[in-house]
Design a protein around this ligand. Structure first.
Ligand code: FAD
Ligand code: MG
Ligand code: MG
Length: 310
């Protein structure tokens, strides 16, 4: 399996390749390139100037969703750039600090995907202990996490402005009262749903299979359905279509991955979690009742599969 160094370089290749695409190729390329550039600026010029990414001060809040996966890929790409510009003789990090707070029942397919990607992206993934007998808040879970890892000063969050309570957030800010004190690092606030899909599908990275089954936002198992706006039966006016055909057809291919050794080790990993992993640029449409999640590009409808909207 590739090291964190190689994975960061791979993510850098994906990001730089996306930035070189001609904006005329597909409708979302230009706005996604702008979004990537703004995120890169925030990470490289603001976050890395305040906290050194190689000293264990920055962690990632990771729940396997599309948003924190986009953030993770762009972050690793920036890590590579930061390393190349610096003076270190060798890549100084083996794993990226990350935390998954599992307060509620998680979809098994999502759980598998989190495990798989924690390995793939070399996350040193803390998983909050479950307390089935008492209701514990996310803020308290992070308090426990930070007591265990007191070096951490800032936590990356894949929140976007269109998320509930996301409207007034800024990229770098302290936590609110009622939360343990640390810096919230939110460099993808400005990303639209369409940009998230354009980039992820182009990246050719594996994404959680639930998205190919019509889910657009993943919450508690008992409170999340596929998005009703993606039910094929409901789409009499043919409003839904795949607007990312170009990204699928031209998805990023890393020549280095084509050597035999890597294919074999990747194959073993895929076998472990066969049911929940596939490659974003090469989707298998298994569910015939719903269009895949990326057929929906309207940010306002993203959470319509939540039975109790947050
Ligand atoms: P999602 O799209 O599901 O999540 C947005 C992002 O939140 C994800 O990309 C991921 O980075 C992170 N995240 C969500 N769920 C988990 C999880 N189970 N484990 C790990 N990461 C997860 N709210 C406040 O009102 N004040 C605060 O000061 C504050 N600080 C926060 C600090 C951190 C590190 C995090 C993760 C959240 C914080 N929140 C705070 C809550 C935040 O604003 C969102 O409400 C919360 O992330 C849930 O997002 P969502 O389900 O609406 O959207
Ligand atoms: Mg989200
Ligand atoms: Mg959530």
């Amino acid at each position: 399996m590739a090291s964190l160094e190689e994975t960061s370089q791979h993510c850098n290749d994906i990001v730089e390749s996306y930035l070189r695409l001609s904006p005329n190729e597909s409708e979302f390329i230009k706005c996604t390139q702008d979004a990537i550039n703004e995120t890169k600026r925030c990470i490289l010029d603001e976050i890395f100037c305040k906290w050194c990414p190689f000293s264990g001060e920055i962690s990632l809040s990771y729940n396997g969703g599309k948003d924190c996966q986009v953030l993770l890929i762009v972050y690793l790409s920036c890590l590579w750039e930061y390393y190349k510009k610096g003076s270190q003789a060798s890549f100084p990090l083996a794993e990226l600090p990350a935390a998954f707070i599992s307060l509620e029942e998680c979809f098994p397919k999502l759980q598998d995907f989190i495990e798989f990607t924690a390995m793939k992206y070399h996350l040193n993934l803390y998983k909050s202990p479950l307390h089935p007998d008492k209701k514990i808040k996310m803020a308290d879970a992070f308090d426990i996490y930070l007591n265990e890892f007191p070096r951490i000063k800032g936590i990356l969050i894949g929140i976007r402005r269109t998320d509930p309570f996301g409207e007034k957030l800024v990229p770098i800010e302290k936590t609110d009262s009622g939360w343990p004190e640390f810096m919230r690092l939110q460099p993808i606030l400005h990303w639209s749903l369409a940009s998230v899909w354009s980039f992820l599908i182009y990246s050719n990275e594996p994404i959680c299979e639930l998205y190919s089954m019509g889910f657009t936002s993943l919450g508690k198992v008992t409170e999340t359905d596929p998005n009703p706006y993606l039910m094929i039966e409901n789409d009499k006016d043919h409003n839904r279509s795949n607007r990312f055909n170009w990204e699928e057809e031209h998805a990023f291919q890393n020549q280095k991955e084509l050597n035999k050794e890597n294919i074999e080790s990747d194959y073993e990993l895929v076998n472990v979690t066969e049911t929940s992993i596939h490659t974003a640029g090469n989707q298998i449409h298994r569910d015939t009742k719903y269009y895949p999640g990326w057929y929906l590009t309207d940010d306002k409808l993203e959470r319509c599969g939540r039975i109790k909207p947050a």
